[in-house]
Design a protein. Structure first.
Length: 582
């Protein structure tokens, strides 16, 4: 125990190192006290207890003792090596001590006095031999097999738990589930500090493991049922509460992998850390869009985690190669990781645990689930929505760009998802079939894209040997045409345009000829006009000279009149010469 303000004792905790358990218990199990882990066969009690010991050694330097009443150390070593725990190595180094207490029910006979004094001596010796700080007793019911005297059982249980507390060790005692109580002998009544119940249930042929903290004296703790996963790396537990709406956002934009789709999204693509949904009927190209986004992420040097619920990784890689995508190279470089599984493999919450586990291990920047609609095979629509809500919140908190595909069905509304998660989606792309003139073609449009301008046009969606291409569909004359109908109409329009151009060229040439003729006529008229102008100019000049001569004659006549009619010719000649001289 440690003391806080006002000398109030605060329960000291012993971290378990088990992923998720310390978070749920707000720090671990009560240090120096006994914790009961109970549950049915196959629920994972022994594994929890052993991982508590192994992580205590590896992560916190605390040796431990594992006392088994059912399995030998050799069996335990074989069982745990497949889960990544090298028990023999720990035993050889004196970090973990194991002891198998063999109890044969046929040899047990109730003859009066019965106590566990021999067990205390044996357990105490094991603790002292390695200086153990952690102890596991698995499973406690075996000690009382064959006994019917409830008073003796209860008395010895009290002694056992009190003895463990006096030794100051942090202990885990495992117990089998009872009919009316958590355990057969009501151990939860005596281990009052911390009780954890493990449940292994099968619903509609799907198995799920869950954990619940029944009580934890002196400490707050998570009170819900939590799914947990047992795999090659041990136990992983996931809290089921949502992370809320306080996650950070980014203004950075990332490419969709399709330049023309980027152009439809304000020319820049998706926001980093956003959630993208692509929905459509079978065969519309949802997986191809997913692969294009994964390929673009790997080209940027980012890690991409691809969960596939319909196809194997090799099948996806082969199929995407037919449209010009080489995903195998990114797998080899470690940038792309596939995780393929049937949704019916386990329950929804186990899928969520798996998502978290693989995300934490791979640490991707892009996360793809193809398709989410297959999760409905593992649970109800409301449960799928709950799982996806928690997953999306978690991914947004880590700023991971999420790409989801959803299979819709013919006859249903395309602008609806069976999982009812449209409000969680930032960008929603719809792929649809366009059937016309005996052809089935693909179309794509953006239903919504929060925080950015985006196109409202339907584009024809083509899968070619060189990749994905988007082209404008024909919308003229009140028709929407795609495929060969669009190509035929475009060919007709091009032919008509060519005819119009030829006609325009012909008329232009005719106009040019007319212009040349007109200019020739204008030049001839101008030459005629110039000749007439020259002639008029000469006539005017001759007239001017004639008028000058006439004027001179009039002047001469005037002088003659002034000098008289009878002047001699010699005199008149003299006067003329004088006038010239003047």
């Amino acid at each position: 125990m440690v003391k806080a303000k006002h000398d109030v004792a605060v329960l000291e905790k012993c971290p378990t190192g088990i992923r998720g358990l310390d978070e749920i218990t707000k720090g671990g199990l009560p240090r120096g006290r006994t914790t009961l882990i109970c549950g049915g066969a196959g629920s994972g009690k022994t594994l929890f207890a052993m991982e508590f010991l192994m992580r205590g050694v590896r992560d916190y330097g605390e040796p431990g003792v594992f006392m088994s009443f059912e399995e030998t150390p050799e069996d335990l070593a074989k069982n745990f090596v497949s889960l990544g725990f090298d028990l023999p190595d720990m035993m050889s180094r004196g970090l973990i001590a194991t002891d198998h207490v063999k109890i044969e029910r046929s040899e047990v006979e109730e003859t009066g006095e019965y106590d566990l004094e021999g067990l205390f001596i044996r357990l105490g010796s094991a603790i002292d031999s390695i200086g153990a700080k952690r102890v596991v007793l698995d499973t406690i019911e075996a000690l009382f097999s064959g006994l019917s005297n409830a008073a003796i059982i209860r008395a010895e249980l009290r002694r056992l738990f009190h003895w463990l507390k006096e030794r100051g060790v942090t202990a885990i005692v495992t117990g089998e589930s009872g009919d009316k109580m958590l355990t057969r002998y009501g151990l939860e009544e005596y281990v009052a500090d911390c009780v954890i119940f493990l449940d292994f249930r099968i619903e509609e042929q799907i198995s799920t493991r869950r954990l619940r903290i029944v009580k934890y004296r002196g400490s707050s703790h998570g009170s819900d049922e939590y799914p947990f996963l047992i795999d090659e790396s041990g136990v992983s537990i996931l809290p089921i509460t949502s992370l809320g709406l306080d996650y950070p956002v980014s203004t950075e934009r990332i490419s969709t992998g399709i330049p023309k789709l980027d152009a439809m999204l304000d020319g820049k693509g998706y926001y980093r850390g956003s959630t993208i949904l692509v929905s459509g009927t079978a065969g519309t190209g949802k997986t191809s869009l997913s692969a294009a986004f994964a390929d673009a992420a790997c080209r940027r040097g980012e890690r991409c985690l691809y969960f596939a619920f319909e196809e194997s990784p090799s099948q996806i890689i082969r199929n995407m190669g037919s449209i010009g995508m080489n995903l195998a190279r990114w797998v080899k470089k470690g940038l792309l990781k596939f995780h393929s599984a049937r949704p019916s493999l386990y329950g929804l919450e186990m899928h969520l645990v798996t998502f978290h586990k693989v995300i934490n291990e791979f640490n991707p920047q892009v996360f793809i689930v193809d398709p989410i609609s297959n999760l409905s095979a593992a649970g109800k629509a409301s449960e799928v929505k709950s799982i996806l809500t928690r997953l999306i919140d978690y991914l947004k908190m880590k700023k991971i760009s999420t790409f989801l595909t959803d299979l819709t069905h013919f006859g249903g509304s395309l602008e609806h998802t069976s999982e009812e998660i449209s409000s969680l989606i930032d960008t929603w792309l719809l792929l649809r079939d366009i059937e016309l003139n005996g052809e089935r073609n693909r179309g794509i449009y953006i239903l919504k894209s929060r925080g950015m301008a985006h196109s409202n046009q339907i584009q024809e969606f083509l899968l070619t040997n060189q990749g994905i291409d988007l082209i404008d569909i024909y919308t003229g004359l009140g028709e929407v045409l795609t495929g060969s109908a669009r190509a035929s109409q475009e060919a007709r329009e091009k032919a008509a345009e060519l005819v119009r151009r030829h006609e325009a060229d012909r008329r232009f040439r005719e106009q040019e000829c007319k212009r040349n003729v007109l200019e020739t006529k204008i030049a001839a008229l101008r030459a005629e006009f110039d000749a007439e102008s020259e002639e008029l100019h000469l006539m005017a000049e001759g007239e001017r000279k004639r008028q000058a001569v006439l004027a001179e004659g009039r002047l001469e006549m005037a002088h003659l009149r002034k000098e008289g009619t009878f002047s001699s010719p010699a005199k008149r000649s003299k006067k003329k010469r004088e006038r010239r001289v003047k």
